[in-house]
Write a protein that binds this ligand. Structure first.
Ligand code: F6R
Length: 243
């Protein structure tokens, strides 16, 4: 892993956006793995600005999102499909059919998970996977556990994850209890990974991700085994390869 530290979040957003933009400039039909949540909002804004300035096109790019809540209509403002439309897809020239978010309302969720993996296998691998990290070390919605899933699956969200995400809802009871998420194997197949970590409150989990033991109890620690991970952060952490 390579660690890039930034003094502020706006520099971090710009650098993260620039990495994604360079990928698409050098490979117009790149496959991008996308994340939602608070972390990528600023970097998506920077991508939109660059697109609006005519400096990048997503006309041939494809995207696969990490996850989606189970049971929220796609029109719900907090569905991850809606998040992607309002924060990014509606503002760039990506073709609708080239954007993929797991269907959290599929009648047969297991079949939907297998279909998502099949599509990713046939069209992939992902060239650049964007990740945030949960306060408990989850990536996608792969929650800490005794064992992790290889492929896309339906996960029961941990209470701490629902608590962390209640800020986007009116009440904790409205936060879905389940989600569909790419599994760890699916994530680790990406050619390169960009992990963005923002806020002093995530410094400790980032330190454990970079420097601690590799354990299923901290899913992000498995990234230590991936050959091409870039971490961008404004946290005060140390790592052997940092600048
Ligand atoms: C979102 C995702 C999650 C978030 C994580 C951090 O698609 O997969 O792993 O990246 O929960 O969320 P924020 O950015 O809201 O702190």
């Amino acid at each position: 892993m390579i660690l890039h530290k930034f003094k502020n979040q706006s520099d971090l957003d710009r650098a993260a956006a620039d990495l994604i933009i360079s990928m698409v400039r050098s490979k117009p039909n790149a496959i991008l793995g996308m994340a939602t949540g608070g972390t990528p909002v600023g970097l998506y804004k920077e991508i939109v600005k660059t697109y609006q300035a005519g400096l990048v096109s997503f006309a041939h790019a494809k995207t696969f999102n990490l996850d989606e809540y189970v049971g929220l209509p796609v029109t719900h403002k907090e569905s991850y499909r809606n998040f992607m439309q309002t924060n990014l897809f509606d503002h760039i020239d990506i073709q609708a059919g080239n954007t993929h978010v797991p269907d959290g309302n599929a009648a047969d969720v297991d079949a939907e998970c297998r279909l998502y993996d099949k599509m990713m296998f046939e069209q992939g691998p992902v060239d650049l996977q964007l990740l945030g990290i949960g306060g408990n070390g989850h990536i996608g919605f792969n929650e800490p556990d005794e064992h992790l899933s290889r492929g896309t699956y339906k996960v029961t969200l941990k209470q701490e994850t629902r608590e962390a995400n209640k800020r986007f809802f009116n009440h904790i009871d409205e936060v879905p209890t389940h989600a569909v998420t790419m599994g760890m194997g699916t994530i680790m197949q990406a050619r390169a990974i960009l992990l963005v970590v923002k806020g002093a409150e995530k410094a400790e989990i980032l330190d454990r991700t970079l420097n601690g033991p590799i354990t299923t109890q901290l899913p992000a620690s498995l990234l230590q085994t991936h050959p091409r991970v870039i971490v961008m952060t404004d946290c005060d952490v140390n790592y052997k390869v940092s600048f």
